[in-house]
Write a protein that binds this ligand. Structure first.
Ligand code: NAD
Ligand code: MLT
Length: 311
């Protein structure tokens, strides 16, 4: 009897591939290329993606044998879970695989925006010794506003507290007592916007959160605020942020994610006080290994008809 087929549509760690190869026929494809993806899903039992492959109703129409879609990471916003359910396809992810890595990247961006690390680096490598131009700000004693006190938001809050920052958060789905245990004060969104010296976004991308930080909100912040978004592009509206930076209503931003990816040009790239990375939030060896092995195990359980626990 032929083995079930697992289509790996984006990069997966060798450890994950090893788990799969023992039991399945593992095929590889570039999931961002629709003309290759759609015919390739026709005879597969499982599909493994990261963020570049859009798994929507069109994919399910072409994938009559598909039983499970696995996302080797946290966010499921590139998978239409409703369409999957209608098609009878299970969706699994690796919800804890990269949370430390993502939190550390948010902190890296926050520190980079506070201390102009990339700007000083680029200038010096071009032979320019610019000390006063790149004077930064301290974290100690400042207020950090965490948007979304979930798995990553909590890790970021704990790390920012270690810098002696006062940490406040906006998350209507978290109990104040739980936040208090973490030393975090839950506040309304407008209070967070008014009070924060740094804002770090850790929300899922949903119809509710898309554009949550838009023009109106960016008119409420301190002009000295630095905003980090290592969650999902579009939660901070890019046009509104560009305008706020131009007007000097925001002092800086650290962005790992963009409303359309890959993003190789954006008006935001032209601001000297904007630090950007190409969706590197989950990109460590440790996180990729965990994501790969977690989804590989979940796919194995799902194709074996077994219960798939939350990782
Ligand atoms: P999570 O689900 O654990 O936490 C999200 C939090 O947001 C929850 O506490 C929830 O209550 C809160 N929330 C939901 N809707 C809200 C709203 N409308 N207003 C305020 N709060 C709201 O998710 P997580 O694992 O912490 O991930 C956070 C984000 O980071 C996600 O968007 C995820 O896709 C993204 N992420 C990005 C990278 C990267 O590479 N840059 C890596 C991992 C995760
Ligand atoms: C995630 O949601 O896990 C991240 O955005 C990382 C990724 O896409 O690999």
């Amino acid at each position: 009897m032929s083995k079930p087929v697992v289509l790996v549509a984006e990069e997966l760690s060798p450890a994950g591939i090893e788990v799969l190869s023992a039991d399945f026929d593992v095929r590889h494809i570039d999931g961002a290329d629709r003309s290759a993806l759609l015919p390739a899903v026709a005879d597969v039992d499982a599909l493994i993606v990261r963020s570049a492959t859009k798994v929507n109703a069109e994919v399910f129409e072409h994938a009559k044998r598909l039983r499970v879609v696995a996302r080797a990471g946290v966010g499921l916003d590139n998978v239409d879970v409703e369409a999957a359910t209608k098609a009878g396809v299970m969706v699994v992810n690796a919800p804890t695989s990269n949370i430390v890595t993502a939190a550390e990247h948010a902190i890296a961006l926050l520190l980079a925006t506070a201390r102009n690390v990339p700007q000083g680096h680029s200038a010096l490598k071009q032979g320019e010794w610019k000390r006063s131009k790149y004077t930064g700000v301290e974290l100690q004693g400042k207020t950090a506003g965490v948007l979304g006190l979930g798995r990553i938001g909590v890790l970021v809050a704990q790390r920012l507290a270690a810098f002696d920052m006062e940490v406040i958060a906006y998350d209507p789905y978290v109990q104040a007592a739980r936040a208090a245990q973490l030393g975090v004060k839950l506040v309304a969104l407008d209070e967070l916007l008014r009070e924060s010296d740094f804002i770090s976004v850790h929300l899922p991308k949903t119809p509710e959160t898309l554009g949550l930080i838009g023009d109106k909100e960016l008119r409420e912040v301190k002009p000295s605020v630095r905003i980090v978004n290592a969650a999902r592009g579009g939660i901070v509206d890019e046009n509104a942020l560009d305008l706020a930076l131009k007007d000097g209503r925001v002092a800086g931003a650290g962005l790992d994610v963009f409303s359309s990816e890959p993003c190789t040009d954006s008006p935001l790239f032209h601001h000297d006080n904007v630090v950007v990375t190409p969706h590197l939030g989950a990109s460590t060896h440790e996180a990729q290994e965990k994501a790969g092995t977690q989804v590989a195990r979940s796919v194995k359980l799902a194709l074996g008809g077994e219960f798939v626990p939350d990782a």
